[in-house]
Design a protein around this ligand. Structure first.
Ligand code: 5GP
Length: 206
């Protein structure tokens, strides 16, 4: 018999407070210039993080770019194994050209589960950096490449074996580490009051 899946309801306030708590560390260790939200779970966290970053840094609102990745879209003729390794960009940077180069880019998502999405996001964005670098003189490219950084922020990191790795030393921040539970996010709820009641029950162990 398969193990029963455990659910955990997370409220807007939970997420807001986790982001408030982690932002000083992000400012101290990474200090992003640009937020890149992964659609759609990264939208709300990125917007909330911008509020705290603004308050704790230069009082300047950071730009939020959005990217969308789909990992498991069926493509005709592919084996199951190939399917699991395919990344499809469903949405991308609004101003390809000179968006990423020379910046500290913080990728924001709601949850790091198998880590495949984050791995693909970083590797696709690094390809964009190489494209962008082509528009700079060759003599400047190496310095600009090393000045371009990618960091990760997720609201929740699931403590479980990951199916993909990030390059060693990638700045990584999680609001909270959780077990291998299924997280119900508030933006997926049809009835937010009922969702919040379920969250209170989860926290009380009911
Ligand atoms: P990955 O396995 O690549 O780390 O995560 C893929 C995507 O699956 C996440 O961006 C998220 O949209 C979804 N996902 C993974 N775990 C959960 C979860 O516990 N709750 C919800 N709502 N979505 C999840």
């Amino acid at each position: 018999m398969s193990e029963q899946i455990k659910y955990w309801h997370v409220t807007y306030n939970d997420i807001h407070n986790l982001i408030r708590k982690v932002t000083p560390k992000i400012v101290a260790d990474f200090n992003p210039d640009l937020l890149i939200a992964i659609a759609g779970g990264g939208f709300f966290p990125a917007r909330v993080m911008r509020t705290f970053l603004r308050e704790q840094t230069t009082n300047k609102s950071l730009q939020i770019q959005a990217i969308g990745l789909s990992l498991y879209e069926p493509v005709e003729g592919m084996t199951a194994e190939q399917l699991g390794n395919v990344v499809i960009r469903t949405q991308w940077l609004s101003q390809p050209g000179k968006t990423l180069v020379g910046k500290r880019n913080l990728i924001v998502d709601e949850v790091d589960d198998t880590r495949k999405t984050l791995h693909y996001a970083v590797s696709e964005l690094k390809k964009d950096v190489e494209q962008e670098l082509l528009s700079y003189p060759e003599s400047e490219r190496e310095a600009l490449r090393s000045a371009t950084k990618f960091g990760i922020f997720v609201v929740h990191n699931k403590l479980k074996p990951k199916l993909a790795e990030l390059s060693a030393g990638t700045p990584y921040f999680a609001g909270e580490e959780v077990g291998d539970v299924w997280l119900n996010y508030p933006w997926e709820a049809m009835d937010i009051e009922a969702h919040d009641i379920l969250s209170t029950k989860d926290k009380a162990g009911l």
